[in-house]
Design a protein around this ligand. Structure first.
Ligand code: C2O
Ligand code: CU
Ligand code: CU
Length: 461
């Protein structure tokens, strides 16, 4: 007390914004949750989808127009559905006033089609990418990635969903009626001005912008009406920086069935689940034995109501949770290979680094052979303030967690991942393989950290 260095406490404040994150206001449940449109296939011969980044105005609050960005619409984006084995051609169009890129988060795709900061599309221009879908059923997403501008473009609304299906996922009895018992749930916290505008620059925090207003799929004060059946929620933490810990207000458990990149081998019952920015999880909540008067809601760790459910009288459809869903495993080789790449995450605010360096688009930090597994060790080096969680993401691959601080990962992380939370002083070992060639980014997915240079490049050859 009283002896604090003023600079120091200033630094503390920025830093504290995460530990004592601005509390989210409760959802009043007055608006039915919007469900992103499933994008129809393109009518042009050979083109699968056309994805257009554009500006728009959105009535988020009653009677008020908010300036927003979106894909194929004013705000957020549609859901694109692909099938494993598909040959895909996507036409991307930039109708913004500034450069952007189209990044496919979690997709195994060649480096030049991945939409990293080198692949800018200028205003008024377009770019066509082609690839084959080689990975299994999963909930992926897409968002812009222009150097230094990612956080603002995402904040203003650029984010869409990419679903991959395969024979395995279709064989199961899991709830799969899109928008009815299979629901995308994109969580984003935002700050609005008194005029209900998104003023990124006014509230931006170098250490990760945190908002007090939750939007789910772009809906403020959402509620979700469900039938008396099992409902699958595909959760995506689409926030710039906020971590979410999800719970049910009843304290009951739910079941996690998928990670970022595919189904878990078996369902994992959980009472709470934390997702750091860009992580996904598919969970199933069973409403079959509940009634219309039951008060069920998804809440966060501070007990803010995120998503209240309204249970209808409709019985819905029979679905189940298979006991065996996938055959994910760590091989002997992956378990015994030595660490060959070390990544040290360090710093805060605009002083964040990876292995002591800031992003340089002209520097390749690592190389790796296509199709060869290497063990990466991700270390979150604490600073004198203790440090903070950094969500670490690698482009163009789905990887496996071998250990966290030497221990086997929790059951709900024994599946394909493309983003992982790394706590201060934690060491996470992962087995990484790239199926394609090219230059890929790896970075902290706190978008302001990414923009501040907490990012490196790997060349796969
Ligand atoms: Cu969500 Cu560099 O990505
Ligand atoms: Cu990515
Ligand atoms: Cu970070």
């Amino acid at each position: 007390h009283g002896l604090k260095d003023p600079n120091m406490s200033g630094m503390m404040e920025g830093h504290m914004s995460h530990d004592e994150a601005l509390k989210l206001t409760h959802s009043t449940g007055e608006n039915e949750l919007k469900i992103p449109l499933e994008l129809p296939r393109d009518t042009e011969e050979g083109v699968t989808y056309t994805v257009k980044a554009q500006k728009g105005k959105t009535e988020i609050f009653n009677g008020i127009e908010t300036n927003t960005l979106g894909y194929n619409g004013a705000f957020l984006g549609p859901m694109l559905r692909l099938e494993k084995g598909d040959k895909v051609k996507i036409r991307t169009i930039n109708e913004l006033d500034e450069e952007t890129t189209f990044h496919w988060h979690g997709l195994e795709i060649a480096g030049d089609a991945d939409g990293g900061p080198h692949s800018t599309v200028k205003p008024g221009e377009e770019k066509i990418i082609e690839f084959k879908v080689t990975q299994e059923a999963s909930t992926l997403w897409f968002h812009p990635h222009p150097e230094g501008k990612t956080s603002e473009q995402v904040y203003n609304g650029l984010a869409g969903l990419l679903y991959i299906e395969d024979a395995n996922s279709r064989n199961h009895t899991l709830p799969n009626i899109y928008g009815e018992n299979d629901i995308p749930v994109i969580f984003q916290d935002r700050n609005f001005t008194s005029e209900k505008q998104l003023d990124y620059k006014a509230t931006m925090n170098e250490d990760g912008t945190i908002g007090d207003t939750l939007l789910i799929n772009g809906t403020v004060n959402p509620k979700l009406t469900v039938n008396k059946e099992k409902v699958r929620l595909r959760l995506l933490n689409g926030s710039n920086a906020r971590n979410f810990t999800f719970k049910l207000n009843s304290g009951d458990s739910f079941v996690q069935v998928a990670t970022d990149g595919g189904l878990l081998n078996k369902p994992v019952p959980l009472k709470e689940l934390t997702l750091t920015p860009s992580e996904r999880a598919e969970i199933i909540i069973d409403f079959a034995h509940l009634s219309t008067i039951d008060d069920v809601a998804l809440i966060d760790e501070e007990d803010s109501v995120l998503l209240p459910f309204e249970i209808s009288n409709d019985r819905g459809v029979e679905s189940g949770i298979p006991t065996q869903m996938n055959d994910f495993s760590l091989t002997e080789e992956e378990m015994s290979l030595p660490v060959s790449k070390k990544v040290e995450l360090f710093g805060m605010m605009d002083m964040v680094t990876i292995n002591g360096k800031k992003f340089d688009p002209n520097r390749i930090d690592f190389t790796q052979q296509q199709g060869v597994t290497e063990i990466w060790e991700i270390y979150n080096k604490p600073d004198m303030m203790g440090g903070m969680i950094h969500p670490f993401h690698i482009h163009g691959t789905q990887f496996k967690i071998i250990s966290r601080d030497g221990n086997a990962p929790p059951e709900n992380e024994r599946g394909w991942k493309d983003s992982i939370s790394v706590k201060p002083d934690e060491k996470v070992k992962i087995a990484v393989q790239f199926k394609n060639k090219g230059v890929y980014m790896f970075h902290c997915h706190i978008l302001e950290h990414e923009d501040n240079g907490m990012m490196g490049q790997i060349k796969v050859e």
